[in-house]
Design a protein around this ligand. Structure first.
Ligand SMILES: [Zn+2]
Length: 181
């Protein structure tokens, strides 16, 4: 597993540099580690940017059998990361609610997840840039957790609840609230 937490672990950072030089990971992905969210969220987004999370299309490429379908919107197409986080009707509702509540711009949809996330963050400017980057990473993580929640626990939560979870997590990171359980 690749992990490079800030400047703290020289050995692992060296490994990251090796992977960059080999073209195994993209240089912009390294910036994920400087965004102030928890290490688990950083790692998740890093893996997402590098196409390493276990969506259905990846499982199929590994030769595993899956029943096609999106846990978020219920469509019966093979789940991809691009669909799950950007094209899915449920994800679009979630981003719209995030935008309504926080004034954060809606994400930019490109051909890949990597391009979409980079374009989204590139579109942020001004005093809110850092805060919106944090909210974007927390949002991606929350959508992934909701996807897993539905698949493994069989329970669904509406977009409004998920948006409140993101905002609660942001307040916790800023030291104004208790951790989410
Ligand atoms: Zn969907």
């Amino acid at each position: 597993m690749i992990a490079c937490y800030g400047d703290g672990d020289i050995a692992v950072n060296t490994r990251c540099q090796q992977l960059i030089s080999m073209g195994k990971i993209y240089t912009p992905c390294i910036r994920v580690w400087s965004i102030k969210v928890t290490p688990s969220v950083q790692l998740f987004v890093f893996l997402l940017l590098n196409g390493r999370i276990s969506t259905q299309d990846m499982l199929l490429r590994k030769g595993l059998q899956v029943v096609p379908g999106c846990a978020l919107c219920g469509s019966n197409t093979v789940e991809t990361a691009l669909h799950l986080f950007f094209q899915c009707s449920f994800a679009c509702q979630f981003w719209s609610e995030m935008s309504r509540v926080t004034a954060m711009p809606n994400p930019s949809l490109k051909d890949t997840v990597l391009e979409s996330i980079l374009a989204t963050c590139k579109g942020f400017d001004g005093a809110s840039k850092r805060g919106w980057e944090v909210l974007t990473l927390l949002s991606l993580w929350t959508l992934w957790c909701e996807r897993n929640h539905r698949i493994f626990r069989g329970k669904q939560r509406p977009v409004q609840i998920l948006v409140q979870k993101v905002l609660q997590e942001e307040r916790y990171l800023n030291g104004f609230a208790t951790p989410i359980t």
